[in-house]
Design a protein around this ligand. Structure first.
Ligand code: DC
Length: 222
C-alpha cells in the first residue's frame, strides 16, 4: 500500500474541491468515491434495474468497469468506456444514489475497487466510509463537515458552474435527505472514525481548509 489520506464527510462539505487541490499540490492521486456510487446508480437507471433486484445488480456489478482518467488538470470518470462525468451529476442520479449506496453488494464491490486503486500509489480518497471501512489503517484521516445550509449553497453554485439549474430549496432538501439516509444506513454509514481529525469548514475558506489538511499530511509523511 502507498500513503493513504482518507477524507470523509457529508455532501457539500467541500471534500471534492479540497481533495483535488491537495492532490495537485502534494503529488497524490485523488479518488472521488462518490462518483463511483453515482456511476453504479447511472448504470442501474439505464438498465432499468430497481434496488431490490439483487440478482440483476450482482450481474451488473460483475461486468461493470469504472475508471478515472486524467486530462491535464481535469479528472474524468468512465463507466464501461464512456465518459459519464456530467451525467452522474443529474437530478435523477442525485435522487437515487443514496438508495443504491445502501446496497451491501454495491458497497463490497466499490470498496474492493477502491483498495485495488490504492495498491501501488499514494492517494487522497474522499467519500463517506473511507476512514471507517475501506482503509481503517489510513495514514491520515480527516472528517470534513459544514452546516446543511452552507453545503446546499456550495452545491447550488457548483451546479450552476456546470450549467445545471436546480433550485436552492430543492438542493437543501436533497442534502438533508441524503444526510439522513447516508448516516442511518446499516452498512458502513457516514460517521467520523474515532481517530479522524474533525474540521468544520462552514466559516473557513477553501485555502484555509487546504492549508490545515496539508500541514496534517506533511507532519505524517516524512
Ligand atoms: O460525494 P457525493 O455526494 O458525490 O456522493 C454520492 C452518494 O454516494 C452519497 O449520497 C453517498 C454515497 N457514497 C457512499 O455511500 N460512500 C462513499 N464512500 C461515497 C459516496
Amino acid at each position: 500500500m502507498g500513503f493513504i489520506v482518507a477524507v470523509d464527510g457529508p455532501a457539500g462539505s467541500g471534500k471534492g474541491t479540497i481533495t483535488k487541490k491537495i492532490a495537485e499540490e502534494m503529488n497524490l492521486t485523488s479518488i472521488d468515491t462518490g462518483a463511483m456510487y453515482r456511476s453504479v446508480t447511472l448504470a442501474m437507471l439505464e438498465a432499468n434495474i430497481k434496488v431490490d433486484q439483487i440478482e440483476k445488480i450482482t450481474k451488473l456489478l460483475e461486468q461493470i468497469n469504472i475508471e478515472f482518467k486524467r486530462f491535464g488538470n481535469e479528472q474524468k470518470i468512465f463507466l464501461n468506456g464512456k465518459d459519464v462525468s456530467l451525467e452522474i451529476r443529474t437530478k435523477k442520479v442525485n435522487e437515487n444514489v443514496s438508495q443504491v449506496s445502501a446496497i451491501g453488494i454495491v458497497r463490497t464491490k466499490m470498496a474492493e475497487l477502491q483498495r485495488e486503486m490504492a495498491k501501488s500509489i499514494d492517494v487522497i480518497m474522499e467519500g463517506r466510509d473511507i476512514g471507517t471501512n475501506v482503509f481503517p489503517n489510513a495514514d491520515v484521516k480527516i472528517y470534513l463537515d459544514a452546516t446543511p445550509e452552507e453545503r446546499a449553497k456550495r452545491r447550488y453554485l457548483q451546479n450552476k458552474e456546470n450549467g445545471i439549474e436546480i433550485p436552492f430549496e430543492e438542493i437543501l432538501e436533497n442534502v438533508k435527505q441524503r444526510d439522513f439516509i447516508d448516516s442511518t444506513r446499516e452498512i458502513a454509514p457516514l460517521k467520523k472514525a474515532e481517530d479522524a481529525i474533525y474540521i468544520d469548514s462552514s466559516n473557513m475558506s477553501i485555502e484555509e481548509v487546504v492549508n490545515e489538511i496539508k500541514n496534517i499530511i506533511s507532519n505524517k509523511r516524512k
